[in-house]
Design a protein around this ligand. Sequence first.
Ligand code: AMP
Ligand code: ZN
Length: 112
Amino acid sequence: MSDCLFCNIAAGGIPSNKVYEDDQCLAFHDIDPQAPTHFLVIPKTHIPSCGAVTAENSAVVAHIFEVISKVTKELGITDFRVVSNCGAQAGQSVAHLHFHVLAGRDMTWPPG
Ligand code: AMP
Ligand code: ZN
């Protein structure tokens, strides 16, 4: 079994609080929410970060953004922020591409 946490969550080996799932991606609630709504969307294939997106694997990224649009609508969320941290300095702690979807409170800019 892979030692990647999110590969294991995608495979169902580690439980998650699912928001949405299809053959390409999984959305689940963040274990340490930073907003009233905070879920993550991950590709089921292992891509280490935004910095590893290429012409060969980028279709799933477009798909994930379609899913974010659909799921937020279903949840009645109109205002939200999508974040993907790439690299330790940017705050990435899990080396499997993921998009944070945050909503339900005022957001500040620039992010810290
Ligand atoms: P990042 O720090 O941008 O790489 O985001 C990783 C996110 O994964 C953090 O917000 C963590 O709270 C979240 N996280 C870590 N482990 C789990 C888990 N088992 N289930 C759900 N979210 C998790
Ligand atoms: Zn992985």
